[in-house]
Design a protein around this ligand. Structure first.
Ligand code: CU
Length: 64
């Protein structure tokens, strides 16, 4: 499982945006967003760098 620390997610729309961004990289990835914990967990993919880049492209900050 991959886990990312993501800044700037505030609501359900952000959850949707991040989920879509991740699944654009890997359609079969399962995405779990924890707004309070500012974390995104991705199951079923090992494309860590590509997913981090996609989340950044969606407008959020990903901790390195
Ligand atoms: Cu939002």
């Amino acid at each position: 499982m991959l886990r990312f620390q993501v800044e700037g997610m505030t609501c359900g729309h952000c959850v949707q945006s991040v989920t879509k961004a991740v699944q654009a990289v890997d359609a079969k990835a399962q995405v779990q967003v924890d707004l309070a914990g500012k974390s995104v967990s991705v199951e079923g993919s090992d494309q860590k760098d590509a997913i981090a880049a996609a989340i950044r492209d969606a407008g959020y900050e990903v901790a390195a």
